[in-house]
Every structure is written in C-alpha cells, then in structure tokens.
Design a protein around this ligand. Structure first.
Ligand code: FAD
Length: 282
C-alpha cells in the first residue's frame, strides 16, 4: 500500500506528525523516495510533505554566510546569482547532480539527508565548512557537516529531525576552488570518483589546501594540508599522499576497488591542476 501524504503547514506540526509515527518519512522533492518506492525497498506509513512550510524556500545572505532553506531546489543552487558569486564551488557541485529534470525537483535538504556516499554537493560543502540546521519536537541543533555523514548510508539525523537549512560560510580567504566529477557510465550518472578542493590564504598567514573526496569511501571524506611555501610538485606529492590514505572505495557496477582508486587519483590530479591554473601568482 502506498504511504499516505500528509501536508503540514507549519514546522511545529510537521515535527509532531513525525514524532507520533516511527514509520513516517519526510518528503522533500521525492526524487529518491519515489525510486525506492517503485523498487519496493521502501516501507513507510506516510510521507510528511514539508513543501507547504513557510520559510524553507529562502536563500539569503546572513552576515558571513549564505543561508539556504532545505526546500530550495538543486537547480536554484546551480543558477542563483548569490550562490554563483559568493559560493562558486557549491554552485559548480550542485550543477553536476544528475540531469535538469532531477535538479529542478530535488531539494538541498533531501539531497544531504539522503546520505549517499556518492552525492556531489556534500563534497563541496565539506570543503566550505557548512553547518546543517535541524529541528524536531526535541528542539533545534546545528550539525557541522564533518559530523553529518556517520557511515555508509547513515547520517547524524535522528528520526523526526527535519533539515531546515544549510549555512555555508562566505570566505574571502579562498583564492581558488574547483569541483571534479568523474563518471564511468555516462556524463549524467553518479560519480565513480569526485574531488572538491580550495586554497585558503590570508596575507601573511599559512596557505591551506582543503580537499574532499566523494564516492571513494563509505562516506564523503575531507582533509586539510598546509602548503605554505610549497612548489607545485611538492603540493601534488603532499596532497596525493594524503588523498590515497583517505580512499576506501566500495566495488560496484561502476568499477572495482583498484579502478576507483586510480580514478580517485586522477580526480585529485585534475583538481590540483585546476587550482594551480586559477590561483593568483604569489
Ligand atoms: C536518476 C537520478 C540520478 C541521480 N544522480 C545523482 C548524481 O549524479 N549526483 C547526486 O549528488 N545525486 C544524484 N541523485 C540523487 C539526488 O541528488 C537525490 O535523489 C536528491 O537530492 C534527493 O532530494 P529530494 O529532495 O528529492 O529528496 P527526497 O527523495 O524527498 O528524500 C530523500 C531522503 O531524505 C529525507 N529527507 C528529505 N527532505 C528532508 C529534510 N528536509 N530533512 C530531513 N530529511 C529529509 C527523506 O525522508 C529521504 O530519506 C540522482 C537521483 C536520481 C533520481
């Protein structure tokens, strides 16, 4: 039997509905839920459709961050002038999700809550140091993205917790950033390896390269490398050495372990080349 669709008009009502039923699921854009339902691998008593809740569609600058409501579409993250100007890395990663049809329907909150290790956007959000805001009948809390992806298909969300927004810092210290997605089946497919990277530098301070990898371990993973004073070849050596330690690929229809390790290495090399091309000379 198909789940009932419930359409609360306030966040408080949505939280209450979820707290009363352990088998109720939050319905964002439905792109993942509908597929799982059709495959017969999803059991839910009801879908709590949060599209009618005021405020979840907002996207605005708030001091030194951009606040993105959970119902903002992935397509909007790709095209919004504010995101493109202040968060080009995020915009680039959201633009790589699937195809326009999925991007128009899928939401920022549903994407991150889906918790898949291959998702494109989280890799960029890890480099940028985003925070996930969630609310339930127990109250609200902020989850740093580094603590959000706990294990394979497992996030830090408890049942009944609704992602309400994602806060992404706007950093003037980023001198170059890039997102690289490598897919083995088709250009629109999930990545077999992905890498997001950015160089952070303040005049007179250390130069830090932040690198995140997707599809190369049971969760997306991130690291920072101090590259102050390094030449291009030294950066490549230090970053690749670190990246290889972070990789723990899962074999699947898109490739085996060694293939994905090699593809991961190529993704990191491509990312470093892009960064080196784009950063201003010292
Ligand atoms: C054909 C296809 C190809 C795809 N390719 C890619 C790809 O290349 N790269 C990529 O990154 N992704 C890809 N995806 C995945 C896509 O990004 C996700 O399906 C989508 O982001 C989920 O968003 P949604 O709003 O539709 O979530 P839904 O389907 O509504 O929900 C997904 C999960 O999140 C939960 N949820 C939804 N909203 C919230 C919320 N606000 N708070 C808490 N929990 C919530 C739901 O209960 C469910 O468990 C693909 C999907 C499809 C269908």
């Amino acid at each position: 039997m198909n789940p009932r669709i419930l359409r609360p008009q306030s966040l408080a009502d949505a939280c209450t509905l979820l707290s009363l039923d352990d088998d109720a699921l939050i319905y964002g854009g439905g792109t993942a839920l509908q597929i799982l339902l059709k495959q017969g691998v999803l059991s839910a008593s009801s879908f709590v459709d949060i599209s009618g809740i005021p405020g979840l569609n907002e996207l605005r600058r708030a001091e030194n961050e951009i606040l993105v409501g959970s119902m903002v579409s992935i397509r909007r993250m790709e095209t919004d002038p504010l995101v493109r100007q202040f968060l080009p890395l995020a915009s680039a990663a959201y633009a790589k999700v699937a195809n326009p049809r999925v991007r128009n329907t899928a939401t920022v909150g549903g994407n991150i809550a889906h918790g898949d290790y291959r998702l494109d956007p989280p890799v960029a959000l890890l480099v940028l140091g985003a925070t996930i805001e969630v609310t339930s009948t127990e109250g609200s809390r902020s989850i740093p993205i580094e603590e959000f992806f706990v294990d394979f298909q497992l996030t830090a969300l408890d049942h009944g917790e609704i992602v309400t927004s994602i806060k992404i810092p706007v950093s003037t210290d980023i001198v170059a950033s890039t997102y690289v997605k490598l897919s083995s089946l088709s250009a629109n497919d999930w990545p077999s390896a992905s890498a997001a990277a950015a160089i952070f530098q303040r005049p007179g301070e250390a130069k830090i390269l932040r690198l995140a990898l997707g599809a190369l371990a049971p969760t997306p993973v991130v690291t920072s490398v101090d590259i102050t004073g390094f030449r291009e070849d030294q950066v490549a050596e230090a970053v690749l050495e670190r990246a290889i330690l972070m990789m723990d690929p899962l074999p699947d229809v898109r490739g085996g372990i060694e293939y994905k390790r090699n593809l991961g290495r190529v993704a990191v090399e491509d990312a470093l080349r892009n960064l080196w091309r784009d950063q201003p000379s010292d």
